[in-house]
Design a protein around this ligand. Structure first.
Ligand SMILES: Cc1cc2nc3c(=O)[nH]c(=O)nc-3n(C[C@H](O)[C@H](O)[C@H](O)COP(=O)(O)OP(=O)(O)OC[C@H]3O[C@@H](n4cnc5c(N)ncnc54)[C@H](O)[C@@H]3O)c2cc1C
Length: 526
């Protein structure tokens, strides 16, 4: 069990496991806490579950658990004893006092069937005491079925069960006798009404044989049908202000469930419910479907939150990324940020040039400046980071010869710094990515710094790199093409020698071989 999950699912029945599988497949961290008492546990098989007809409930749950864990979801056996707010998270307490935090909650705790207090009913529940014809009707077709009246819908239930067997009795128990119209309907369907309270179920050899009436008379039966009151297991949600509401059928209250929208979202933001806790009539397949839908809705909600957080961070990054502090933090976080090799487009364009005075802006750890100095250039190298400049100076010293003397390192913020006009035979800006306006202003100052006959080399990551898996800052407005840079140059002052998109082999952060593109502008000052 980790400290925090995207989602904690309380209850690992059909709804909970389906929700957890959906979330795990959506690459969410998910924990299911399950007390292991699904409502249909006493039944031999799950019926009306397409594709898994008749599977024993425990087996279906075991398959579901494997599917959840197979996709990375976690399951712990235990009971959640409390859920509370903890800042923007939920704090979930599991029995034993362990706590775990969750960004979202999916509560799928099912319901409690409140059975009539007739001796034998609870003991035979789910075996030969039944409630749902769609779950068990086929299994008791043509058998002797007694519908134990526990409410005003008993006559209706008797008629329903008559669809599965011609041998249906309505055991009035404590209920009032049906009116004349109802009696006629029952008679027309061959359903006999048996008056008098039922004292107990009769069982022999672990099999129901009938019921004993308070009068002492016995009625032979193969199955007894009851209509339990179905109450959501939702006490946990009290602390969050969620309480169950009455559920009616044909104008009569048959249970209580937590209200939610069609996706399972409750009135409390961040809390979803699915399955019987939210829908007392749900069969297993519908509970699983509701869990799946809630899982998808939760993921969608988290995607929304992740996006809002990302926008905040994206804006913050844009605010700070050009500050000295941000660059210092970046350089100080690692012994080397760059490869130590000169940029390939500089090598391609400057290797054959006659050395003179060069300006290298955004010089970083100095690979370009050192490479130029090694070829005899006198280099002015400018960077915002003192740490980078110190490393660069060390590299220059390590290069030996006169390299260190040929480079002058300047600590300056290029957004505010202006080079001497007409002073350099080569001005190189490699991968300077700024917002459009300051970028144009900087490139104009760099153009002014080129001496007559000198070269301006501006290289950037081409915007189409954002379509690849290359590691790039996702600020499209800060990317540029060589043509855009060329368009800002005064053709009267500059002859464009190259305005190209050049492919370059690269390896992405996952180790894939990819092709990236450099925007390369080379111009000669007239
Ligand atoms: C006898 C019987 C037979 C049935 N037969 C069928 C059938 O054949 N076909 C069919 O489609 N439907 C059948 N049903 C209905 C079926 O049981 C429900 O549709 C289904 O169980 C609902 O799934 P659920 O996930 O909502 O709840 P459940 O399956 O009840 O799962 C809820 C889970 O949450 C756990 N839990 C509860 N509280 C906590 C807590 N605080 N902390 C941790 N865990 C908790 C429980 O232990 C349980 O494991 C039958 C029902 C009964 C009673």
């Amino acid at each position: 069990m980790d400290d925090r999950y995207d989602v904690v699912v309380v209850g690992g029945g059909a709804a909970g496991l389906a929700g957890a599988a959906t979330l795990a497949r959506a690459r969410r961290t998910v924990l299911v806490v399950d007390a292991g008492e699904p409502r249909n546990a006493p039944a031999d098989g799950v019926h009306n579950y397409l594709g898994r007809e008749g599977t024993p409930p425990a087996q279906l749950m075991a398959v579901g658990r494997d599917e959840v864990t197979g996709y990375g979801g976690q399951i712990v056996d235990g009971r959640v004893t409390a859920v509370d707010r903890g800042g923007t998270d939920f704090v979930v307490t599991v029995d034993g006092g362990r706590t775990v935090r969750a960004r979202r909650l999916l509560v799928t705790t099912g319901l409690t069937d409140e059975l009539p207090e007739v001796p034998g009913v609870a003991e035979r529940w789910g075996r030969d005491v039944l409630h749902c014809p769609y779950c068990h009707g086929w299994e008791v077709r043509d058998r002797r079925i007694g519908v134990l009246a526990t409410g005003p819908l008993a006559a209706h239930h008797a008629q329903l069960w008559r669809q599965w067997s011609p041998h249906v009795l309505l055991l009035l128990h404590d209920a009032a006798a049906p009116d004349a119209e109802e009696q006629e309907r029952l008679a027309a369907r061959g359903i006999t009404v048996v008056p008098g309270p039922v004292a107990a179920l009769e069982v022999a050899d672990d099999t129901l044989t009938g019921v004993r009436l308070a009068s002492g008379e016995t009625v032979a039966l193969d199955a007894v049908v009851v209509a339990p009151r179905m109450t959501a297991r939702a006490g946990l949600l009290d602390s969050l202000g969620l309480v169950p509401v009455d559920v009616e059928a044909a104008g009569h209250v048959v249970g209580r469930q937590i209200p939610a929208d069609p996706t399972g979202a409750t009135a409390v933001p961040g809390v979803w419910v699915a399955g019987n806790v939210a829908d007392v009539f749900a069969q297993v397949i519908r509970a699983a479907g509701a869990g799946m839908l809630a899982g998808a809705a939760i993921n969608g909600d988290l995607v929304g939150e992740d996006t809002r957080d990302a926008v905040t961070e994206h804006r913050r990054q844009r605010e700070v990324m050009f500050t000295e502090a941000a660059w210092e933090e970046r350089y100080q976080s690692r012994p080397a940020v760059w490869s130590g090799r000169p940029n390939p487009q500089l090598v391609a364009e400057a290797a054959e040039l006659t050395p003179g005075r060069a300006l290298d802006v955004g010089s970083g750890e100095g690979a370009d400046a050192v490479w130029l100095a090694e070829r005899g250039w006198t280099v002015s190298a400018v960077d915002i980071s003192a740490t980078a400049l110190a490393r660069a100076a060390d590299h220059a010293k390590a290069a030996g010869g006169q390299v260190a003397e040929r480079v002058e390192w300047t600590h300056a913020d290029l957004l505010r710094w202006s080079p001497a006009e007409g002073a350099y035979d080569l001005v190189s800006a490699q991968f300077m990515h700024l917002p459009p306006q300051p970028r144009r202003e900087l490139f104009a100052r760099l153009a002014d710094a080129v001496a007559p006959g000198g070269r301006l080399l501006i290289v950037g990551h081409h915007p189409q790199d954002l379509r690849t898996t290359a590691h790039r800052m996702h600020y499209p407005e800060m990317m540029y093409t060589a043509e855009q840079v060329a368009a800002d140059l005064d053709p009267g002052r500059f002859e464009v020698l190259a305005a190209q998109t050049r492919p370059r082999a690269a390896v992405d952060p996952d180790g894939r071989d990819i092709v990236v593109h450099d925007a390369v502008l080379l111009a000669r000052r007239r």
